[in-house]
Design a protein around this ligand. Structure first.
Ligand code: ADP
Ligand code: VHF
Length: 377
């Protein structure tokens, strides 16, 4: 695996935001107990990453494996959906409290987010997830995400934290995702086959790549097997985010995995992320914003669209719509996802951020279009 790319994961200049997903097979032992000592080494690595200026979001599985043991549902894969969901609701309490106490040992604050894949399909929910994650990271908090198992259903493929990790990465505009698991990466066939060979780098998750994966979990503790990880790699690829599948069966698995270079790295084909391409490619709009020269300059240096720079608001758009941004000469300079409904933007346009709460009567967003959801043309 190209060492320079691995370096990117460790380099806070290149990888400022990292999502680390930990599978059940790593986190929980055969007796349904959290491997606390091992997890403490992971938390130490998270601490080190934060110290060097990176931001880390954790996606942690394990609730079902922990809860099933507590409830005596020990018949593995034959659990009913209701048994798995009951197990998750019991296990999640232990899981969250373990994360919280281990992070507290390093004086870090944990946040719990329980999400379903479906939440990411709804624009407003997506924007709320995105804003919450960004705000937590800004405060130095470590968000710990798991699937909201009780309300997940079979149709949206219950039990898929791999895809959830990729969606979380997309929502918080992360630079990289590491899926820690109990194998060294993707093999060209099931790793139990002695002929199996590991792939170091994949550009494009093709049908041929999908055919290599087996859907079952090796340990019986996880749920999606390698198939779920490839679906996650596809989401990351479309969003322009690098994703690595790495073995986490050691102490300090992140550092070891990176230094040992074992793993499979999935690289996006395009430089422009799928989401940015989706924003930039939009042709039909429900409205538009015109901004002053100061705002144009700010956007060009990577800032967000703030209400104070808005001169004109057109159309009756909703929060989550994509809008074009014009300069004073009616030149379209950017497109982005708007954080407010049209009437709110009309009310706060030209006003500085301190005045927004009084005008709106609720806590304002950090921007009208956040730079993470803005594409300059
Ligand atoms: N082509 C493949 N390469 C690597 N692992 C594979 C492959 N096909 C199936 N697997 C299985 O996928 C398992 C990892 O998935 P899973 O058990 O769901 O892990 P986790 O709980 O970490 O999400 C491995 O232990 C392995 O048995
Ligand atoms: N939400 C479930 C995990 C589902 C899942 O994707 O598990 P895994 O394949 O071990 O990452 C739980 O906490 O048990």
């Amino acid at each position: 695996m190209a060492i320079d790319i691995l370096d990117d994961f460790r380099n806070p200049e290149k990888c400022r935001r990292l999502v680390i997903k930990i599978g059940s097979a790593l986190l929980v032992d055969g007796a349904g107990q959290v491997r606390v000592e091992w997890l403490r080494t992971v938390v130490n690595e998270v601490f080190t990453a934060l110290e060097r200026g990176q931001e880390v979001v954790v996606v942690s599985s394990g609730a079902i494996a922990i809860g099933a043991k507590q409830l005596g549902f020990t018949h593995g894969g034959k659990r009913t959906l209701a048994e798995a969901q009951a197990s998750a609701s019991v296990g999640q309490i232990s899981l969250a409290s373990t994360w919280s106490s281990l992070l507290t040992e390093r004086r870090l604050v944990a946040a719990q987010l329980l999400l379903t894949l479906d939440d990411f399909e709804h624009r407003r929910r997506y924007l709320n997830i995105s804003a919450t994650l960004r705000r937590l990271l800004k405060s130095g908090v470590v968000p710990v995400v798991n699937e909201n198992d009780t309300i997940s259903t079979g149709e949206i493929r219950f039990g898929d934290n791999d895809r959830l990790a990729a969606r979380v990465a997309q929502a918080c505009d992360a630079d990289g995702v590491i899926l820690l698991t109990d194998v060294d990466g993707l093999y060209d066939r099931h790793p139990d086959d002695p002929e199996a060979e590991r792939l170091e780098e994949v550009r494009g998750v093709t049908d041929e790549i999908h055919a290599m994966a087996d859907g079952g979990s090796g340990s019986g503790l996880g749920s999606g097997g390698m198939t779920a990880k490839l679906l996650a790699a596809e989401i990351a690829e479309r969003a322009g985010i690098a994703l690595a599948i790495m073995n986490g069966q050691h102490e300090m698995p992140i550092g070891r995995a990176l230094a040992g270079q074992a793993g499979t790295l999935f690289l996006p084909k395009r430089e422009d992320s799928g989401r940015r391409a989706w924003i930039g490619g939009r042709m039909r709009f429900n409205g538009a914003l015109t901004v002053d020269d100061g705002c144009v300059e700010a956007l060009q240096s990577g800032k967000s669209v703030l209400a104070t720079g808005i001169l004109k608001v057109e159309g009756e758009f909703e929060r989550g719509d994509i809008l074009p941004v014009y300069d004073e000469n009616r030149r379209m300079i950017a497109k982005g996802v708007v954080e407010y409904d049209w009437s709110d933007v009309v009310a706060i346009k030209g006003h500085s951020s301190e005045e927004h709460e009084d005008i709106l009567g609720h806590t304002p967003r950090s921007a009208v279009i956040h730079r993470d959801h803005l594409v300059l043309l």
